[in-house]
Write a protein that binds this ligand. Structure first.
Ligand SMILES: Nc1ncnc2c1ncn2[C@@H]1O[C@H](COP(=O)(O)OP(=O)(O)O)[C@@H](O)[C@H]1O
Ligand SMILES: [Mg+2]
Length: 390
């Protein structure tokens, strides 16, 4: 069973008594060592680390019980199984043997076969115990490693969140501080135009026009950057939000664009959801302004609402130019636009803002073909009544 022979330590004050047994065990592949009293036995056990000890109960000096107690008290020897050898069939001795920490006892005179059988039983018990312990330790190590890995992961994601927040704060401060000098440039260029009208030639007016246009675009960019950096930093708690009202506010902000484009907007009755009202208005505003902008004929826009489990699914469909299938994910990235700014003005941040807001609400946003041509943007938001239901 074992690669190296098992070692048995016999502790007996009259070795002659156990010589036959020692020879028998030797003949069965054991390495046998002998100690003459308890003290020597403890010493040999400490340094020889035997696999099993046969211990005489009656010895001068420390008797077997005392020796066994001492063996059990030391970590180095405490796990070695001890089998007592008792000369008498005294029941009290047997009980004391177990109390002292013995695993078994044999009574003299011995039957060698029986002793061998008992030794083998206890050795294999001990082996199983060891295996169990090793498996246990390996399991514990694995658990610890996993816990460590989890800690590292948690720490990393905390760091990531920290650096994200820092980045957002920086973007916010930068955009905020850019506003003032930009206003200055724009207003002085415009002042120039007003004050020197008639004194400047056509080229000069054109150049001023470019400068003003540039300033306006930069303003739009800064506004959008501020908006996206505020999605998390200036977030308000989730509350019941009437999407009908969000739509009305968005349309109010877009009233000039709606009028100029002669857009027709139809909407289902929209639900009350759980969210951040100002942010959901922003989502509608961005989606509607796109629907109005990316159109070649008067826009027809349809808003729909469908309940799906704990979420509402809100659709904004238009009859516009459509989004080719291969670009339907990319357009949600920052600055991603499918057209030059001469064709359609814009910063390419609007949909990124929508996505960030929708994700903050635990929802998703995507693009589909609209029935009858055009595009349908769909986003999901948590329904208001889910907490009460569950
Ligand atoms: N309703 C729509 N119909 C067709 N294309 C759209 C629509 N909405 C968005 N897109 C495409 O997605 C791009 C990104 O949109 P957005 O992030 O709002 O940026 P912007 O409106 O500033 O161009 C747009 O430039 C356009 O190419
Ligand atoms: Mg847009």
């Amino acid at each position: 069973m074992n690669a190296s022979p098992s070692t048995v330590l016999i502790v007996d004050d009259t070795p002659a008594n156990v010589r036959v047994l020692a020879e028998y065990l030797d003949g069965h592949g054991f390495t046998v060592t002998v100690a003459q009293d308890g003290e020597e036995g403890l010493e040999r056990a400490r340094f020889g680390c035997p696999d099993l000890i046969l211990l005489d109960a009656m010895m001068p000096g420390w008797d077997g019980f005392e020796t066994c107690r001492r063996l059990k008290a030391e970590p180095a020897t405490s796990t070695i199984p001890v089998i007592f050898m008792t000369a008498l069939s005294d029941i009290g001795d047997k009980v004391r043997a177990y109390e002292a920490g013995g695993v078994d006892y044999i009574t003299k005179p011995f039957h060698a076969e029986e002793v061998l059988a008992r030794i083998n039983t206890h050795l294999s018990l001990r082996n199983m115990q060891r295996q169990l312990q090793e498996q246990n330790e390996a399991l514990q190590r694995e658990v610890q490693e996993r816990q460590r890995a989890e800690q590292v992961l948690a720490e990393r994601s905390r760091e990531l969140a920290r650096s994200n927040a820092e980045l957002e704060r920086m973007a916010y401060i930068a955009s905020h501080d850019l506003q003032e000098p930009l206003r200055m440039v724009a207003s002085y260029v415009q002042l120039l135009e007003r004050r020197y009208v008639g004194q400047l030639d056509a080229d000069a007016h054109e150049f001023i026009g470019f400068a003003v246009d540039g300033a306006k675009r930069m303003q739009a960019l800064i506004d959008d950057l501020l908006t996206i950096s505020r999605v998390d930093t200036k977030a308000r708690p989730m509350q019941p939000v009437d999407l009908g009202q969000s739509l009305a506010s968005a349309l109010h902000s877009l009233r000039i664009a709606v009028e100029e484009s002669q857009a027709v907007v139809e909407a289902d009755a929209l639900p009350v959801v759980r969210g951040d009202g100002a942010q959901l208005t922003q989502v509608f505003q961005n989606l509607l302004s796109n629907a109005i902008k990316f159109c070649q004929e008067p826009p027809r826009i349809r808003l729909s609402a469908q309940r799906e489990g704990r979420m509402w699914r809100i659709g904004v469909a238009d009859n516009g130019i459509g989004v080719p299938a291969e670009y339907r994910e990319r357009i949600f990235g920052m600055f991603q636009r499918l057209h030059g700014r001469r064709e359609y003005a814009g910063t390419g941040i609007g949909l990124a803002i929508c996505q960030k807001i929708v994700e903050r609400h635990g929802g998703a946003i995507w693009v589909e073909d609209a029935a009858g041509g055009g595009t349908q943007f769909v986003f999901t938001v948590p329904a208001c009544d889910t907490e009460k239901k569950s």
